[in-house]
Design a protein around this ligand. Structure first.
Ligand code: ADP
Ligand code: MG
Length: 354
């Protein structure tokens, strides 16, 4: 974002923040500063009280908690409170938000009033789910809360012409959900959401290695394999990586070498499901708009968009230009941040609960 001295000065006097409360990562954008927090949406809580535990003088929220997963003591539960795209653990989500909002607040030089907050929500969430996000943000210390649909925030961050006649398409592949949204004249004309995204790809790798090699690997190890050698289209140079797990027959630890060809096979089921959802959303596009969609193509964001060869594979299957947004993991946060500059001007995109 270009440096704007006015925003920079405003940043000193009020703390307006944009939040991407994702199933995998939470990002906090502070007006005038940019993204100040980018951490996994993980919390380690004490089992009985559900209160985040302390590690030294820090609450176990974010990266610290993610690293504890699978290694925590018996009385500690490591939780992803948003796992399926909506708030499944309300109190823990609130504690996580309060922690991140508090951290963003701490970084200001002068004491500031409570912040105004814009939070992204997936398209098509229910009123109850919107209320949960709204209330969690209020309880976490927000003064006013505005919700924005995540694909809208992403489209604004990317600068897609969503207010114009004609179709712009956003495909967001996160941790828990993938969402395809077609816009025209600032409104959503077609949308598909499915609970198949990054987590499902990790699970597919766990299953594949278990079935083929009788080796059980952890979810985080599977994610690393996906990021290193996962793909959706043949690579120019196929790769290999190693992964450690437990041999289910001998019970002993084992190191396995695995190739990108095998991992592509492992990922093919969920990848096909995502492609199918995009096809279905495009099928809903009114005939008059098909040409516009062909001109504009599909903008991919969310961390899952970084899967190697996915843009090529989609372009091939849809016969449309599909491309990955710059910095796809931060689109929603940057879009929410952009809206803070002109809450009045963007009001038609915002949802305010009473
Ligand atoms: P959410 O909005 O649900 O929090 P994100 O947009 O932050 O999700 O994306 C997180 C997902 O992106 C995770 O499943 C992660 O494994 C995946 N991811 C991140 N980087 C890559 C990469 N280079 N290749 C494939 N997947 C990736
Ligand atoms: Mg997201």
């Amino acid at each position: 974002m270009a440096f704007n001295p006015l925003n920079w000065i405003l940043g000193f006097f009020s703390l307006d923040i944009g939040i991407d409360l994702g199933t995998a990562n939470t990002l906090v954008f502070v007006r005038g500063k940019g993204i100040v927090i980018n951490e996994p949406s993980w919390v380690a809580v004490e089992k009985k009280s559900l209160i985040p535990i302390m590690v030294g003088d820090k609450a176990a929220v974010g990266q610290v908690a993610k690293e504890m997963s699978g290694r925590a003591p018996k009385n500690v539960m490591v939780v992803r409170p948003l796992r399926d795209g909506v708030i499944s653990e309300f109190e823990i989500t609130e504690a996580m938000l309060a922690h991140f909002i508090g951290k963003a607040h701490e970084q200001s030089i002068v004491p500031l009033p409570r912040p105004r907050v814009v939070v992204g929500v997936p398209t098509g969430v229910t009123e109850v789910e919107k209320r949960a996000v709204n209330d969690a943000a209020l309880l976490a210390g927000a003064r006013e809360v505005y919700l924005i649909e995540e694909p809208t925030a992403s489209a604004l961050a990317v600068g897609l012409p969503i207010n114009q006649v004609g179709g712009s398409v956003v495909l967001d592949i996160g941790g828990g959900t993938s969402e395809v949204t077609v816009f025209s004249l600032g409104s959503v004309v077609a949308n598909r959401s499915l609970r198949v995204a990054g987590d499902e790809l990790d699970q597919a790798i766990v299953q594949y290695i278990r079935n083929k090699y009788n080796i059980l690997i952890g979810e985080r190890a599977a994610e690393q394999v996906k990021i290193k050698v996962g793909s959706a289209f043949p690579l120019k140079e196929e790769k290999t990586t190693t992964v450690r797990g437990r041999n289910l027959v001998s019970g002993l630890p084992e190191t396995l070498e695995i190739s990108s060809i095998e991992i592509r096979e492992a990922l093919s089921g969920p990848v096909d499901q995502i492609i199918q959802a995009v096809k279905e959303a495009l099928d809903d596009v009114p005939a008059e708009m098909v040409g516009d969609v062909m001109d504009n193509g599909v903008c991919m964001c969310g961390g899952g968009a970084l899967l190697q060869g996915l843009a090529e594979r989609l372009s091939d299957e849809l016969r449309l230009r599909c491309w990955v947004a710059d910095d796809p993991l931060t689109c929603v946060a940057r879009g929410a941040g952009l809206v803070l500059d002109d809450l009045e001007g963007y009001r038609h995109f915002l949802i305010q609960m009473d």
